[in-house]
Design a protein around this ligand. Structure first.
Ligand code: PGA
Length: 243
């Protein structure tokens, strides 16, 4: 696992955007796995700026998002559909038909999950997956548990994730109690993985990830099974005094 420690959030975001741009330049038909949350906002801002300056062309790119709340309307400003439109899609030239996000409105979520997996396979698989990490070590909405689920599935959110995400909603009660998420095997099948983390509250999760022990109580630790993971974090998430 490569670890890049940045001085601050902006540097982390620029470094991540630079890697994304490099991948797209090398192969304009890249299949990208995308993440939501506060962490990648700066990276998306930078990618939009690079697009405006003519430094990235997204016209051949395909995207698959990690997760979405369930149930939630796409038009809900807290949905990940809405987030992605605002942070990236409406600013750049990714063809709409190439954009995939798990369906928070699906009448039959289990069927929709199977279809999502099939679409990823049909695209040739994810080339580069971007991940944040939960304070509790979750990746996507694969929450700490006695066992993890391999493929895209409907899941319950843990109390700690509902509390962590309540900041985006009017109250904790409004946070959906479920989500559709790629599974751990879906994530591990990406050819490359880029995990971003900033802030002191991510320190414990990052330490567990870098401890090289694998446990379902910290789902991110399964990334130790993957041959090509780059962690980009700021000093606070890494822990300035740790070696
Ligand atoms: P955050 O969420 O970027 O909002 O901290 C990360 C995550 O839960 O994966």
């Amino acid at each position: 696992m490569r670890v890049i420690v940045c001085d601050h959030y902006d540097e982390m975001s620029k470094e991540a955007a630079r890697i994304m741009a490099h991948e797209i330049t090398l192969c304009p038909k890249r299949v990208l796995g995308l993440a939501t949350g506060s962490t990648p906002v700066g990276m998306y801002r930078e990618m939009c700026a690079m697009y405006k300056r003519g430094e990235i062309d997204f016209s051949g790119v395909t995207t698959f998002n990690l997760d979405e709340y369930y149930p939630i309307r796409r038009s809900n400003p807290q949905s990940y559909h809405y987030f992605m439109q605002e942070q990236l899609f409406r600013h750049v030239n990714i063809p709409e038909k190439n954009i995939h996000i798990p369906d928070g409105e699906a009448a039959d979520p289990e069927k929709a999950c199977k279809e999502y997996e099939a679409e990823i396979a049909e695209s040739g698989g994810i080339d580069l997956q971007v991940l944040g990490i939960g304070v509790n070590g979750h990746i996507g909405f694969n929450e700490p548990a006695g066992s993890l689920v391999a493929r895209t599935h409907l899941t319950d959110l843990t109390e700690s994730t509902i509390k962590a995400n309540a900041r985006f909603f009017k109250s904790e009660d409004e946070v959906p109690k479920h989500a559709v998420t790629m599974g751990v095997a879906t994530i591990l099948q990406a050819k490359k993985i880029l995990l971003l983390a900033n802030g002191k509250n991510k320190h414990d999760a990052i330490r567990a990830l870098l401890s090289e022990r694998i446990s379902t109580s910290n789902p991110a630790t399964f990334l130790n099974l993957h041959p090509d993971v780059t962690v980009i974090c700021d000093k606070e998430a890494y822990g300035e005094n740790d070696s």
